[in-house]
Design a protein around this ligand. Structure first.
Ligand code: FMN
Length: 268
C-alpha cells in the first residue's frame, strides 16, 4: 500500500471473541505490511508504556455493554496516548442497539489524542445467546465479514486519496451526550455446577476481569464479574451457567424483541 503510514495497530477488548474477529477482519483487509495486534485485556501489553506512533493507524474495537463502553474497558482505554495519529473506533453489539457506545468510544479516543478518520458499529452474537435462545447467533457471519472488507476498502481509499485525511466529525455519529447512565445491577455472576466441573481452570484463564480462581473449587468474586459470559461460553463441560430470574427475564426480552437482523453501520 502506497502511503506514509508505517503501521496498523489492531487494539481490542473482546471477552467472547466477536470484537476480535471484526477488528482482525478489518485489519486483514487493509493489507498493510506491518500490522500489530494488542489485546486490552493483556496487563503486560507495552501499549500503555509509550505514545502510539504518529505515522500509524489504530483500529480500536470494544463490545457494547448496556449501550456504553464497558467500564473496565474505559479504564484501560484512558491510558492510551497518541500524538495525533489516526484511529478508527469500532463497537460490536449483540443486535439490540449500540446506543451511545460509538460516540463515547469516539470521544475517548479523541481524548487520548487520536484523530478519528472513520468509525463503525458491527454485530456479534449476544453474550446471552444460546441454542435455545438465539440472539444474533453465530454472528459475525459471512455477510458481516464482507462488510468488514468493504469498510477496510473505503478506509484504504480515503488514506490513499489524501494526505490531509479529512476527519470524521462526532456530529455524524449516533448517540447522545450526556451518555446514558450505567444502571445499577444486582450482585450476580455465573455459577459452577460442581458435578459437571472438571477443575480444568479454563474459566479462570478466560475471565477478563480476573474474577475467577480455580483450585480445589471454583471461586467467583461476584463484585468483580462483568457478566461477559466468557467463562460460560468457553467451559468445555458446560459446568458454568448464568441462570437466575434477572438474566432469564432479560434473555426473554432480547429473544422477543431483538430477532430482526441489524446490519453494520459505517461512518466517514
Ligand atoms: C453486560 C453486557 C451488556 C450488553 N449490552 C448490550 C447492549 O446494550 N446492546 C447490545 O446490542 N448488545 C449488548 N451486549 C452484547 C455484546 O455487545 C455482544 O455479545 C458482543 O458481541 C460481545 O463482544 P465480544 O465477543 O467481543 O466480547 C451486552 C453483553 C454483555 C455481557
Amino acid at each position: 500500500m502506497e502511503t506514509s503510514l508505517s503501521k496498523v495497530n489492531l487494539i481490542y477488548f473482546s471477552a467472547t471473541g466477536n470484537t476480535k474477529k471484526i477488528v482482525k477482519a478489518i485489519g486483514r483487509n487493509l493489507e498493510w505490511k506491518r500490522t500489530v495486534e494488542h489485546n486490552l485485556a493483556d496487563e503486560e501489553s507495552d501499549l500503555f508504556q509509550h505514545k502510539i506512533e504518529r505515522d500509524s493507524l489504530s483500529i480500536i474495537g470494544v463490545p457494547v455493554y448496556r449501550g456504553r463502553v464497558p467500564l473496565l474497558v474505559a479504564e484501560k482505554l484512558q491510558k492510551l496516548q497518541s500524538d495525533g495519529s489516526l484511529a478508527v473506533p469500532v463497537v460490536v453489539y449483540g443486535n439490540r442497539h449500540f446506543d451511545d457506545a460509538l460516540l463515547e468510544l469516539n470521544d475517548m479516543v479523541t481524548g487520548c489524542g487520536f484523530k478519528v478518520m472513520a468509525a463503525a458499529a458491527f454485530i456479534g452474537e449476544h453474550s446471552y445467546s444460546s441454542e435455545e435462545n438465539p440472539i444474533a447467533h453465530q454472528r459475525p457471519d459471512k455477510e458481516d465479514m464482507e462488510q468488514c472488507r468493504s469498510f477496510a476498502r473505503e478506509i484504504k481509499i480515503k488514506i490513499q486519496e489524501s494526505t490531509s485525511y479529512k476527519m470524521l466529525h462526532r456530529s455524524r455519529l449516533p448517540g447522545n451526550y450526556p451518555f446514558k447512565e450505567h444502571p445499577a445491577i444486582p450482585l450476580l455472576s455465573p455459577e459452577t455446577l460442581v458435578d459437571d466441573c472438571i477443575l480444568c481452570g479454563i474459566c479462570g484463564e478466560v475471565c477478563p476481569a480476573d474474577a475467577i480462581t480455580v483450585s480445589a473449587e471454583v471461586l467467583t468474586k461476584k463484585e468483580e464479574c462483568i457478566w461477559c459470559c466468557a467463562c460460560v461460553k468457553r467451559c468445555p463441560t458446560q459446568a458454568r451457567v448464568f441462570k437466575n430470574e434477572w438474566i432469564d427475564n432479560f434473555v426473554e426480552m432480547l429473544t422477543t424483541h431483538c430477532q430482526a437482523r441489524k446490519e453494520p453501520a459505517c461512518f466517514f
